[in-house]
Design a protein around this ligand. Structure first.
Ligand code: SAH
Length: 395
């Protein structure tokens, strides 16, 4: 049998790992006793040769090890994994009642499962893997999940960058339980949504926006609402239930528009709200916007900075979007501007929107800012991607 894989790291990395950061970068490695394979357990030592932690090894990635444990030496046996999953599930206990059966059960690094996400949509589970290091343990993980989370089926999703190397696993494969035959419908705050767990964006739904949707519902009575970057209409259904007079969905994707229309049909009690869907590029549409105005505008674009280099352009784009939206607001109108770009910090985003609001030349009031949903904890800086700001304009 091969000797255990042992790594020694730079003093700086040592401090960072001891502080609880889950990533060990390749350029922080000082010493390695032998080549390691994908997903192999690596033992990390500090400069005094004392045990520092354990993680999953990735021979090719810039993130060379994803940490599972730091502190005292520990055996990662079956009981340890069972306990880790139980603690993850426990963090959600009491967060949701029977009106919400779609939520995140495991949020990757921030729950101690680096690069692994588990979402529940009623009795369908979607397991999304963002790194190859989990694949050698996939059977074990699926069994573990089955022991603690009852479900009818478990769908495996693979992030685009690992799909090719993950063979024979395929993106959207049902790895446990019954095949998917028809849309999966689940409840969020009592509203019914369909989700495409096999092909949809993320794991099929933006579960991270639930709390912002609830706030939007509370701001919608009697309002004309524009939901820009609407995807499957999440914000729109809440607005309709909150008493909006009319809701306009705006998205560039035909699939997204069709799915939002089906979600409205699934909630027939909302039919008193006028609902229209526009398939258009939201940047262009907002600039060229015909003589239209709204009482409430939601801006929830996709990540505008996928890389660090795109950060300055993304900040400008957030500013442009906010500026244009504010111009389209009626007196006493409200803007809800969101960013899911991890490369744009909370303060950069908030300042860009505040600056735009000031430039628009209308007196405005900041109502609130929000961050991560409770089932999407963020325990280290890079995990902190979601931020939103609510503004109201006076006249
Ligand atoms: N607010 C949604 C999630 C938005 S995800 C929710 O609560 O579920 C981002 C959406 O923006 C996707 O549906 C994508 O199709 C859409 N999109 C991306 N680029 C766009 C563009 N330039 N104009 C309009 N929509 C766009």
């Amino acid at each position: 049998m091969l000797p255990a894989l042992k790594l020694r790291v730079s003093p700086k990395a040592e401090t960072i790992l001891r502080g609880g950061h889950p990533w060990l970068f390749a350029d922080s490695l000082r010493d390695q006793n032998r080549p390691g394979s994908v997903g192999e357990l690596a033992i990390i030592y500090d400069r005094k040769d004392e045990f520092l932690g354990l993680g999953l090894f990735d021979p090719a990635g810039p993130i060379r090890v994803r940490m599972l444990h730091t502190g005292k030496p520990q055996k990662l046996d079956r009981a340890w994994w069972q306990q880790r999953l139980a603690a993850t599930l426990d963090r959600r206990r009491g967060l949701f009642d029977a009106q919400t059966n779609g939520y995140r059960l495991c949020n990757g690094e921030s729950d101690g499962w680096p690069g692994l996400v588990l979402d529940r949509y009623d009795s369908t589970l979607v397991l999304k893997i963002y790194t190859l290091v989990w694949l050698p343990r996939l059977d074990e993980i699926v069994t573990l999940i089955a022991e603690q989370v009852p479900h009818d089926r478990l769908i495996l999703r693979l992030s685009r960058n690992i799909q090719e190397a993950a063979a024979p696993f395929t993106d959207g494969q049902v790895v446990r339980g019954t095949p998917v035959n028809g849309p999966v419908v689940f409840l969020e705050s009592g509203l019914r949504f369909e989700v495409d767990g096999v092909r949809g964006q993320k794991t099929g739904f933006y579960l991270d926006q639930r709390e912002n949707r609830r706030l939007v519902e509370s701001l919608s009575a009697g309002r004309h609402v524009l939901n820009a970057f609407s995807f499957s209409g999440g914000f729109s259904l809440y607005a309709a239930r909150g008493g909006a007079v009319a809701v306009t969905d705006l998205d560039i994707s035909e699939h997204a528009i069709a799915s939002a229309n089906r979600n409205f049909a699934l909630n027939s009690a909302l039919s008193r709200c006028r609902h229209e869907s526009l398939k258009a590029d939201a940047f262009d549409w907002l600039v060229a916007a015909p003589a239209r105005s709204f009482d409430l505008i939601i801006l929830d674009p996709p990540s505008l900075a996928k890389r660090e280099a795109e950060r300055p352009a993304a900040i400008r784009a957030y500013g442009r979007l906010a500026r244009r939206a504010i111009e389209l607001l009626r007196p006493n109108g409200v803007l809800v501007a969101c960013s899911c770009s991890a490369h744009v910090s909370t303060i950069e985003f908030l300042e860009a929107v505040r600056k735009s609001a000031a430039q628009a030349g209308r007196p405005f009031k900041e109502l609130r800012t929000t961050g991560h949903a409770p089932d999407h904890p963020a325990t280290f800086p890079e995990a902190n991607y979601l931020k939103a700001i609510y503004l109201s304009v006076a006249g």
